[in-house]
Design a protein around this ligand. Structure first.
Ligand SMILES: [Cu+2]
Length: 763
């Protein structure tokens, strides 16, 4: 071999080595390629126009800077002595909460749709005035943000009356003062009894009940006592003791215990209970310390845990975008926000850039209890007054939402002069439901398979209201359907088990009666189907007897469509037990290609059953719950179906939903659907350690009905269609066959983090 040949061979070897290295490197790169968070799907229908527009920020929640600017402005300009609510006594003034004040819908539409001016950004500030001749609650609009220069008192305009001070929700300071009185003053009156009961000076926890009395102005709360648990929830460990505290007086030193309950008997106060106990008239059931293995409320896994549960990841990166408060997903776009009282709220929900709904939001959640013990007997929780949004705590990756979801912080200002942030309070994710959205296998005449996997976009928050947890979902399907869904989980509330307890629920522990209760929630759905003006169309079918045309002596029952347009609010208010048409639509003035009104159908999935009898004096405070669906003419002054003031004065509710239904015409008007869903919960032993979500979900669907001329999911990039003669194993024919290439990336798993324990609240 000559030198030239050796050199040539060496050169070839070098080139080969370099090529191999390059292939190996690129191959290695591919196998460990992480799935980008940037969309790589070139064939997805683009929503660039929507993404680039920032107009959706008209609905965005206030920023921490805007909260602070509002508080600073009020403190400087209101001319009242505003104390930080965290320290405020009943006789002082404080800001309760601040939220965005939305501009009137007309102004917003003018801005969004007609190139009008961007409406001024304003805040709503709720102030408790304890230090005034007539103590009251006042609501102010403060603006324009971010540099306020004015404030207006809107209380009278909004409520048509002044808001008496006694309607105010209890703030943390009031709870602290109440607990101090119970644990320090009152407990000191019954040392022998409490020792016999098993009280060690710090091992009891109190649960507030509501309403706080029986008439306007009352402020008397039954505090139910439970055994504090180190590793589980106290709510399923009642000790049998309940204390009624009258805390109506502005002077805390005048608060007093007016009744005590223990194990089926009532006493004047703790001193009376002590006296009766010492006289041998009270049988005490000593509360034993509970070890983890006997703790019915323990959520500590009973086996060794290990990773390995299925993980859904996004081989092409996220196929949705979240830009500030605006979300796009395939043909969908909407904005999201969180009301500190009522929770998640979505605005400007569009499909193919056409608005379907102006607003879809949760309004209120109630729970009405029954028990043979006093606290449980009177309890009617209106969770909005505690704060469905405020108590939407940090979501835990991989359980509350899929691990790879997008997590978003929420900012709020409540009972404080500085804004708070709940990290990861809202999650957004795309989810494969594991069911075809549509499919067909054809083996007759034409041989093909066509299908579309159902992936949806979900927006979620989970609120924990003392013992209960509610999972709130808004779900967007590829065929134009929107679903709202609430799952209930968390701990049941309980009473001490005694006597005829089983009449009011199930015994689920040594001393634990899981008390029966209802969960009802209310949603506001401001649909704008094919424009703002809509009508309520109903469809059902009825059987008509008909003689068979070709054999007239034979009669059959032939079903026929029955359609109608509802004229008035009263006609469109369907009480829970009322027979309602099976199809209820919001229809537009435009028609489909085939001559039908374009519409969206409201389909409710609920097991609400009975609400409260109308003669109940608190029924009007939750008036929305009387109706599974009520359609009213939209008004800016009928913005919410409930009020945070209804809880502490349900006898004279600040917002009375029944007033919304006053027989106005609803034909060809801007309409709102108020939808109530719920279920009865008679607890059972499997509610321990706590309530599971399967079967405990209710909600509703908004479904396009003759709205599109063809199911819009035909535009989905996820569709699959192949014929028998095609090479369906090839990527060109069937996108699923590309998976081995497109899904060769490995998910980019962020580390597990959680800061939820920074948000500690004591009620
Ligand atoms: Cu329940």
């Amino acid at each position: 071999m000559n030198l030239k040949a050796v050199l040539i061979l060496l050169a070839v070897a070098l080139v080969t080595i370099l090529a191999l290295v390059s292939v190996l490197l690129s191959g290695a790169g591919k196998s460990t390629d992480s799935c980008s968070s940037k969309p790589r799907h070139g064939n997805l229908k683009s929503n660039v126009a929507q993404q680039k527009s920032d107009k959706g920020s008209v609905f965005s929640d206030l920023t921490p800077e805007e909260f602070s600017a509002t508080v600073d402005y009020l403190k400087k300009n209101l001319g009242k002595n505003l104390i930080n609510a965290a320290d405020a006594k009943p006789t002082e003034n404080c800001i309760y909460y601040v939220d965005i004040k939305y501009p009137p819908k007309q102004q917003v539409l003018n801005y969004l749709d007609r190139g009008g001016e961007n409406p001024k950004r304003e805040a709503l500030a709720v102030v408790f005035f304890g230090d005034q001749e007539e103590p009251n609650i006042t609501e102010y609009v403060v603006g324009p943000l971010p540099n306020p220069s004015y404030y207006h008192d809107i209380t009278l305009e909004k409520y048509k009356e002044n808001l008496p001070y006694y309607r105010r929700p209890m703030i943390g300071k009031e709870y602290v003062d109440a607990y101090d009185l119970v644990y320090q003053n009152e407990f000191s009156m019954a040392p022998t009894f409490l020792k016999a009961l098993g009280y060690d000076g710090s091992n009891f926890a109190a649960l507030t009940t509501v309403p706080r009395g029986f008439k306007s102005g009352d402020r008397s709360t039954w505090f139910v006592l439970f055994l504090k648990m180190k590793e589980s929830c106290f709510a399923v460990q009642p000790v049998g003791l309940e204390i009624l505290l009258d805390h109506k007086s502005m002077d805390i030193s005048k608060w007093k215990v007016t009744k005590v309950f223990y194990n089926g008997a009532y006493f004047l106060n703790m001193a009376d209970l002590e006296k009766q106990f010492n006289a041998g008239n009270v049988e005490v059931i000593e509360i034993q310390k509970i070890k983890t293995e006997n703790d019915i409320g323990s959520m500590i896994p009973k086996v060794t845990t290990q990773p390995g549960a299925p993980l859904q990841f996004n081989p092409a990166g996220h196929r949705y975008t979240v830009h500030k408060n605006q979300v796009t997903f395939q043909s969908w776009s909407f904005t999201y926000g969180m009301n500190v009282n009522s929770g998640l709220r979505l605005f400007d929900i569009r499909f193919n850039n056409e608005r379907i709904a102006y607003e879809i939001s949760t309004q209120e959640a109630i729970a009405i209890y029954g028990s043979n013990a006093p606290g449980g007997m009177i309890t009617r929780y209106l969770d909005g007054s505690f704060g469905i949004g405020r108590f939407s705590f940090e979501l835990v990756r991989g359980v509350d939402c899929p691990y790879l979801a997008t997590y978003i912080d929420a900012h709020y200002l409540m009972e404080s002069e500085t804004p708070d942030t709940t990290k990861n309070a809202i999650c957004i994710f795309e989810q494969d439901l594991g069911v075809p959205l549509r499919r067909h296998y054809s083996n007759m005449h034409s041989m093909y398979y066509g299908g579309l996997p159902s992936t949806v976009l979900i927006v979620r928050a989970v609120s924990t209201l003392i013992n209960y947890d509610y999972v709130w979902d808004f779900i967007f399907y590829q065929n134009g359907v929107i679903e709202a869904k609430m799952h209930a989980t968390g701990y049941i509330s309980s009473s001490f088990y005694f006597a005829d307890g089983k009449e009011y629920g199930s015994r689920v522990g040594e001393h634990t009666l899981g008390t029966l209760h209802t969960h009802f929630v209310n949603y506001k759905v401001d649909l704008d189907v094919g424009g703002v003006d809509n009508s309520v169309m109903t469809q059902d079918m009825q059987f008509n007897p008909v003689n068979i045309p070709w054999q007239p002596e034979v009669k059959i029952q032939r079903p026929k469509v029955v359609r109608s347009i509802l004229e008035t609010e009263n006609q469109a208010a369907f009480e829970l037990h009322a027979k309602a048409p099976r199809y209820i639509h919001f229809s537009s003035n435009t028609t489909s290609k085939w001559g039908h009104p374009r519409s969206y159908r409201v389909q409710i999935s609920s097991f609400a059953g009975d609400f409260l009898p109308e003669e109940s004096p608190v029924e009007k405070a939750m008036g929305w719950a009387r109706y599974k669906l009520a359609v009213t003419k939209r008004k800016d002054e009928e913005a919410e179906s409930s009020s945070i003031y209804n809880q502490n004065d349900p006898w004279s509710p600040s917002v009375k939903f029944s007033d919304f239904i006053n027989n106005e015409t609803i034909k060809n008007q801007d309409l709102v659907a108020w939808i109530t869903v719920g279920f009865l919960h008679i607890p059972h032993s499997e509610d321990l350690p706590n309530t599971a979500t399967p079967g405990n979900a209710v909600g509703f669907f908004l479904r396009p009905y003759n709205y599109f001329d063809l199911d819009p999911s035909v535009n989905s990039p996820d569709g699959v269609y192949f014929k028998s003669e095609q090479d369906y194993g090839s990527c060109e024919v069937n996108q699923l066959a590309c998976l081995s290439k497109t899904a060769s990336c490995s998910p980019n798993i962020p580390p597990f983090t959680y800061e939820g324990f920074k948000n500690l609240v004591n009620l």
